[in-house]
Design a protein around this ligand. Structure first.
Ligand SMILES: NC(=O)c1ccc[n+]([C@@H]2O[C@H](COP(=O)([O-])OP(=O)(O)OC[C@H]3O[C@@H](n4cnc5c(N)ncnc54)[C@H](OP(=O)(O)O)[C@@H]3O)[C@@H](O)[C@H]2O)c1
Length: 273
């Protein structure tokens, strides 16, 4: 058994020993984030739950305590704000965090780039790029020091290229992809796993809301959030990339090969820094 998919992780250690005792889930209040939180708690980890709205976070924290006996700390925080990590550290500094899930990250606008105030796009990039980078630096550094842990970045097939309505969003997801691949290469052998999980259209409240605003109906085939969470957690130790089945032709194995090649080239230039 591998990843966080069950109470037992690889090598006879428990998921809690390998990726715990605490997990931080960014964007936990609904959809895929909520599914990650429930599955992580079911695997024996305690959870810090992040999102902007306190009500749904508090309800989820109660649920995790009642259903799994997990400790759960809700924190209402806007991940687009420059002080997001400071706010997160106010509750996590006394906790041993072994898993960080960067889940919040959808485009709530689906608008051509020039048709919105640029500050909306800056907020999206701050949340997806800057806060994700800060949190991975902070939690990843502590995990490396302890010799175990996991960083899971929830991405999108949009990471592989741009298109209409995707300017800031696909750019931010491409950053997350390359960032996660590089971290994976740098953290190999340290006990810290890194995975970028590329999703396709998934049945989340955020997607349904966005479609409803435009008067559109959800497509008939949507991936279930619980399937996203179980797949991501099961593949956490098989990074750097997991592509949803529907991303045909984009092979995660090819990405891994490319990362290894780039790493070899970089070593030939910069040596073993
Ligand atoms: N749904 C899809 O079809 C789809 C497809 C491909 C990839 N993905 C990826 O899957 C992940 C989840 O997507 P999603 O559809 O569930 O929508 P989402 O808006 O990324 O996630 C919703 C969660 O994130 C929180 N959140 C959003 N913005 C936040 C902010 N600025 N600060 C703090 N929390 C914030 C929301 O709670 P609050 O509103 O209370 O803050 C909610 O808990 C994203 O990374 C997205 O890129 C989704």
């Amino acid at each position: 058994m591998s990843g966080v998919g069950a109470s037992t992780a690889t090598g006879g250690t428990t998921a809690r020993q390998r990726y715990g005792p605490w997990a931080v889930i960014a964007g936990a209040s609904e959809g895929t984030g909520r599914a990650f939180a429930r599955q992580v708690a079911a695997a024996g980890l305690d959870c810090v739950l992040l999102a902007r709205r306190p009500g749904p976070l508090e309800a989820l924290a109660d649920e995790l305590r009642a259903d799994f006996g997990a400790a759960a700390v809700p924190l209402a925080v806007d991940l687009s704000e420059p002080d997001a990590l400071e706010r997160i550290r106010e509750v996590t500094d006394g906790l041993e965090v072994g898993l960080y899930v960067a889940n919040a990250g959808a485009d709530p606008y689906a608008t051509p780039f020039l048709d919105r105030d640029v500050e909306d796009w800056v907020g999206l990039v701050n949340r997806n790029v800057v806060t994700t980078m800060r949190c991975c630096h902070h939690f990843g550094g502590l995990m490396r020091g302890r010799g175990h842990g996991g960083l899971l970045l929830v991405g999108s097939g949009a990471c592989y290229g741009g298109g209409r309505l995707l300017a800031a969003y696909s750019g931010s997801k491409a950053f997350e992809l390359c960032f996660a691949e590089s971290l994976w290469a740098e953290l190999r052998g340290t006990g810290v796993d890194v995975l970028f999980q590329a999703l396709v259209t998934t049945d989340t409240p955020a997607l349904r809301e966005l479609l409803a605003e435009g008067g559109q109906r959800p497509p008939s085939r949507l991936v279930a959030p619980a399937d996203v969470a179980s797949t991501g957690l099961a593949h956490l130790d098989r990074g750097p990339v997991y592509n949803s089945r529907q991303l045909l032709g984009l092979r995660a194995g090819t990405r891994r090969l490319r990362v290894r090649l780039v790493t070899r080239l970089s070593r030939s230039v910069f040596g073993d820094r």
